[in-house]
Design a protein around this ligand. Structure first.
Ligand SMILES: Nc1nc2c(ncn2[C@@H]2O[C@H](COP(=O)(O)OP(=O)(O)OP(=O)(O)O)[C@@H](O)[C@H]2O)c(=O)[nH]1
Length: 394
């Protein structure tokens, strides 16, 4: 009996000691709750009513107290891996053309079938009926004038014609803004074309080149879109601003611009919700986004229309509508790695005169290249049977 009493007293003493220790440690460490997103470094969530009035003036002043000194900006990140070469990634488009071109080159001369095959090849590549006919008319005229009879020379004339059509125009991404203003690039396009992914790729590139960048989640329709963008921002070491779900995209982007300006960032990359080019109200909203993003302290230097290369000719209709609503300055053609329809480049450039500036060739940060017309045409015509790595660009 005394043993049991002794044991009970011992247990009580031990329990008391343990409880006391735990309470002390808790107090000294503080609560272990995750900080709310707005308190995490480099991230801001703007809680605002959905109908903030950005057109009437700045909706929300960024309080100076919230702005950390510029030294606290995210560190520069490593450059993404070397960008892929166009010709290594144009597998599908190359394979489609290679069959036709191989057949043309296999003939002893140029005959009616040769022209039929070239026409079919261009149509399959989605160059479009109008441009295909024009291109072949020009090539026919040159072949006749120059007395060309050799199929190889004919293919060279066709390549030159294509390069002529998609060449020219300024493809550099513009950064020139008035003194004291912050450069804004807007990314627009229909759903799922790759806007967010492209912004992530561009952010990685800009950061690797040492620029301070802010990503603004102007896609307030889908919470997942903002989360996806935030992930890209974290990876790239970029600043990030999002708004409450359903809030006004113009306000969110404007707040992003204000924050970027106050922190001395060079560039704001603004995402917008995917929208059908046929929905008038959404296209009007986009026009407003552009106007508001252009107000001090921001200035829109690029409106980049993102087009999915696999949609082919439909991309042309989209480009027309977006150009009207948001004054598009350049095209980013994505998913060219999985498309046989690279010919849309020709259609967009010749029919709308909008230069293709960037090309997406995959889903990682490195899969973005500047568009080079000569390289593109050579890549399209490079023989599918010859390993690209062993061929020299003529
Ligand atoms: N193969 C390939 N896939 C790509 C490329 N660019 C984007 N994608 C993929 O396309 C899908 C859609 O990309 P997002 O960036 O979410 O497209 P979005 O335009 O922002 O979509 P919404 O927000 O719905 O309008 C994702 O699975 C991307 O990984 C590319 O160049 N090549």
């Amino acid at each position: 009996m005394p043993e049991i009493l002794f044991l009970l007293v011992g247990l009580l003493v031990v329990a008391g000691v343990v409880v006391g220790y735990v309470a002390t440690t808790r107090r000294s460490r503080g609560p272990e709750l995750e900080p709310p997103p707005e308190q995490r470094a480099g991230t801001t969530t703007l809680e605002r009513p959905p109908e903030a009035p950005p057109e009437e003036g700045p909706a929300v002043e960024v309080p100076p107290a919230e702005v950390p000194p510029v030294e606290e900006a995210p560190p520069a990140v490593e450059a993404p891996a070397a960008p892929p070469r166009l010709r290594d990634r144009l597998g599908k488009a190359r394979a489609t053309l290679a069959g036709y071109v191989g057949s043309v080159l296999g003939r002893s001369g140029i005959d009616a079938e040769t022209w039929d095959e070239l026409e079919e090849a261009l149509l399959l590549a989605d160059v479009g009926v109008g441009p295909t006919m024009e291109i072949l008319d020009h090539v026919r005229a040159r072949v006749k004038d120059e007395g060309i009879t050799d199929p190889e020379a004919l293919v060279e004339v066709l390549k030159a014609e294509l390069k002529d059509r998609i060449g020219g125009g300024d493809r550099t991404l513009r950064r020139d803004v008035s003194d004291g203003r912050t450069c804004v690039w807007l990314f627009v396009g229909v759903n799922g074309v790759g806007k967010t992914t492209t912004i992530g790729k561009v952010a990685a590139r800009e950061r690797a080149e040492g620029r301070q960048v802010l990503l603004a989640a102007g896609d307030t329709f889908r919470a997942a879109a903002a989360e996806q963008l935030e992930m890209w921002a974290e990876r790239a070491g970029a600043d990030f601003v999002r708004g409450a779900e359903g809030s006004d995209p113009s306000s969110v982007i404007f707040d992003g611009v204000q924050r970027a300006a106050s922190r001395g960032h060079e560039l704001v990359l603004a995402d917008t919700a995917g929208r059908l080019h046929t929905k008038v109200n959404l296209m009007e909203e986009l026009a407003k986004v552009r106007r508001v993003s252009d107000r001090e302290p921001g200035q829109v230097a690029e409106v980049l229309l993102v087009i999915d290369a696999t949609t082919g000719q439909n991309g042309l209709t989209q480009a027309r509508q977006f150009a009207e609503a948001a004054d598009v300055t350049g095209v980013v053609l994505t998913k060219l790695d999985g498309s046989a329809k690279g010919g849309i480049v020709v259609a967009i450039q010749t029919e709308l005169g909008i230069p293709v500036k960037l090309v997406g060739l995959g889903e990682t940060a490195a899969d973005l290249v500047e568009f080079d017309p000569d390289e593109f045409v050579e890549a399209l015509f490079a023989s599918a049977s010859t390993p690209a790595a062993h061929r020299e660009t003529p």
